[in-house]
Design a protein around this ligand. Structure first.
Ligand code: PMP
Length: 359
């Protein structure tokens, strides 16, 4: 044996630079959790039943090919089943996308601030993150992103609408961007919040991926469909990207509970999307109230609002916490607040008003 005894296993140095993913704070029993962009509604009866029925067989592995859900998705979105790749939440599909395209020496680009997992999954793959600042209006700076492309760029995440700012890219701008990106770079349209979009000029990525082999769409059941705790998301991508995703996915990652609940959710879509409609109306109410309080807001198309509070982000979150609402601060940047139950939103609005008066 050589070397010092107490050195421990050697870990990859690339992990040193990785920020740890900070999950939304769990809310205490008496607090509203507006920190993780979840759906505040409990599972629909039919969806819960499907999951409970599947629970009776959890001594068995799930269907590794995710057959029923893939077929249901293919029908629902009118895409070939071979173009669909599922995973343990869309974050794991995003990770597979990075692992499929980028390694040491390669670059993965995204706007910043955007979804926190992008820099993490990039560095886990040993690739280099390229974070392009948002514009002053909290939007993707697509021209700056085009200018930041190098011959090492392998993947570009476009988060539409953007988490945490809620801003969405419209069709003309997005098409212009996609047309300008070299066709050997994979562009991932992360549409985790697409069901909340009400701006008709914002495109559905599925329209854009069809005739572009280097474009893929990322979707999740965690937000509008209310299955965050079951962990299921999917990509719609051309082959060979979809095939690569199946190779890099964790085997048996999507539980049978999740698969069956997702199928039931697609069949109960009308009812689920009615709930989304209610959340969108609630969003409008919250935005109007904040505007009346004097806050300047970027247009949000997602199930959250963003307040650019800079160095006051943590203070604001603490004030909300004291009022019984858990929100998501990013110190130095701002605070993201999910649209939740009416009572929780009201507590948040009261806390925001009190905080503003102190400013
Ligand atoms: N993409 C974006 C933009 C998100 O905000 C989130 C959730 N915070 C995800 C992907 C991942 O969601 P999930 O893994 O639950 O599908």
């Amino acid at each position: 044996m050589s070397g010092t005894a107490a050195q421990g296993p050697r870990l990859r140095p690339t992990l040193d630079g990785i920020p740890t993913y900070k999950p939304g704070k769990p809310a205490g029993a008496d607090a509203y959790k507006l920190s993780s962009n979840e759906n505040p509604y409990p599972p629909l009866a039919g969806v819960l039943e499907a999951a409970l029925a599947a629970a009776g067989s959890f001594n068995r592995y799930p269907d590794m090919a995710v057959t029923a859900l893939t077929e249901e998705l293919a029908r629902r979105f009118e895409v070939p089943a071979e173009h669909i790749a599922t995973g343990t939440g869309s974050v794991s599909v995003a990770q597979s996308l990075v692992l499929s395209t980028a390694g040491p020496g390669d670059e993965v680009m995204f706007a910043w601030r955007s979804f926190e997992a992008y820099p993490i999954i990039t560095q886990v793959a040993g690739a280099t993150p390229v974070a392009v600042p948002l514009t002053a209006t909290e939007e993707h700076d697509l021209d700056a992103m085009l200018a930041a492309i190098t011959d090492r760029t392998r993947l570009i995440f476009v988060c539409n609408p953007n988490n945490p700012t809620g801003t969405a890219i419209r069709r003309t701008e997005l098409v212009r961007f996609l047309d300008a990106v070299p066709s050997d770079i994979l562009v991932v349209l992360d549409e985790a919040y697409i069901e909340f979009i009400r701006d008709e000029q914002v495109p559905n990525g599925l329209e854009l991926y069809r005739d572009r082999p280097n474009v893929c769409v990322l979707r999740t059941f965690s937000k509008a469909y209310g299955l965050a705790g079951l962990r299921v998301g999917f990509a719609v991508a051309h082959e060979p990207v979809a095939t690569a995703l199946r190779k890099t996915a964790v085997p048996f990652g999507v539980s049978q509970l999740a698969q069956d609940a997702a199928v039931a959710s697609l069949r109960a879509e009308d009812e689920l999307l009615e709930r989304v409609e209610t959340l969108v109306a609630e969003r409008a109410r919250v935005v109007a109230a904040l505007t009346a309080q004097g806050w300047e807001l970027a247009d949000t198309q997602a199930n959250f609002v963003w307040l650019r509070l800079g160095d006051r982000a943590l203070d604001f979150a603490a004030a909300c916490g004291a009022a019984g609402v858990v929100v998501r601060p990013f110190q130095g940047d701002g605070v993201r607040i999910t649209i939740g139950e009416v009572a929780g939103n009201d507590l948040f609005l009261a806390a925001a008003e009190a905080f503003r008066k102190e400013l």
